[in-house]
Design a protein around this ligand. Structure first.
Ligand SMILES: [Cu+2]
Length: 201
């Protein structure tokens, strides 16, 4: 996932902004996944967020949920450095994510359009329910553009560090090996590992 990360907070913000508006209507306006999430209880949103990581991580992870003004606020305290959010793309199929402090800096850079991520060590991020990204002309895009195809990703985890595909000898697109570098050649390059976090012990 992550093309979405910028959308992440924007979506999460929209979600909470759209939420109250929908509440007063019959909830049938086109709002994609926002409608579904907006209708969920805080407890269910916390559960959804925590479902992104294996139990040994999620049990001690913090959870951030949007408040009425759309700001992400802590809904559950954590003690292991991981934070979980209920959605990245805010699409009908849930795509929650749990990430460590280094990825938090990475996300912050993406959201605030900084030139490069702030993390000085590799970060770990789990998406046990999968995610999405945009592909066009055999390339993965950081943002949606005309003609791009939305591709669903299987359960995976990520290593946020700007590996170079040529130096590392790794592919840049999903492939049967299950590993590739997303956003190759950009400061936001990272390793995508299509392994189900729930199967890790
Ligand atoms: Cu990715």
């Amino acid at each position: 996932m992550i093309p979405a990360l910028r959308i992440i907070l924007i979506s999460v913000f929209c979600l909470s902004l759209i939420g109250p508006a929908l509440a007063g209507e019959k909830g049938n306006r086109e709002a994609g996944g926002a409608k579904d999430l907006a209708a969920m209880s805080q407890q269910d949103l916390i559960k959804l967020a925590l479902s992104a990581a294996p139990a040994h991580i999620s049990k001690d992870a913090a959870v951030m949920l949007p408040d009425k003004e759309g700001r992400l606020v802590e809904a559950k305290k954590g003690s292991n450095g991981f934070t979980c959010i209920p959605t990245v793309n805010n699409r009908p199929v849930p795509d929650p994510m749990c990430f460590d402090a280094a990825v938090g800096q990475w996300v912050d850079a993406l959201v605030n359009k900084k030139e490069q991520p702030g993390n000085t060590v590799p970060g770990i991020s789990y998406m046990a329910r999968g995610g999405y990204h945009w592909e066009k002309d055999g390339k993965i895009l950081m943002n949606e553009e005309p003609g791009a195809k939305l591709v669903k990703e299987p359960p995976h985890w990520m290593l946020m560090w700007p590996f170079d595909s040529k130096a590392a000898g790794l592919p840049t697109l999903p492939n049967p090996s299950g590993v590739y570098i997303m956003f190759d050649g950009s400061p936001f390059a990272h390793l995508m590992v299509y392994q189900d976090p729930n199967k890790m012990k």
